[in-house]
Design a protein around this ligand. Structure first.
Ligand SMILES: [Zn+2]
Ligand SMILES: [Zn+2]
Length: 127
């Protein structure tokens, strides 16, 4: 993680990312900055988030919505995405690391990353 040049917009964007417990899109970040009376636009917010991404501060997720979502980088975990209410839940599990080891030993493939999301219905939407 490099040194972050602190601008009010960057500070507020970082604040928002640490406040939310599910991955956010650019639109939500813009709304938060505006609620903090920071005059901003899409281009600026894209630049901020790209900067965070390159610094390894945020993860970028493609949940097949035609846009990216972002969350603060943290240990390997996965997401449960509800098809009905769009709720996104973080889960950590031990199955995927084991699966990677297995693939590595079976196929002699060195895995550096993976992309895996689970889509379905959350508990509320099953009722
Ligand atoms: Zn749901
Ligand atoms: Zn997550």
């Amino acid at each position: 993680m490099g040194i972050i040049k602190k601008t009010p917009a960057r500070i507020a964007a970082m604040e928002f990312l640490s406040l939310t417990d599910s991955p956010v899109d650019i639109e939500q970040i813009i709304n938060y900055l505006r609620s903090k009376n920071l005059n901003t636009n899409k281009v600026t917010v894209y630049r901020i988030i790209e900067y965070f991404y390159k610094q390894g501060i945020v993860n970028r997720l493609d949940l097949q919505e035609g846009k990216f979502r972002y969350e603060l980088a943290k240990g390997d975990h996965h997401h449960l995405i509800c098809d009905n209410c769009s709720k996104i839940q973080d889960i950590s599990d031990t199955v995927v690391p084991k699966l990677e080891e297995e693939i590595n030993s079976k196929h002699k493939f060195l895995i550096k990353r993976h992309s895996l999301e689970f889509f379905g219905l959350c508990l509320n939407c099953q009722k």
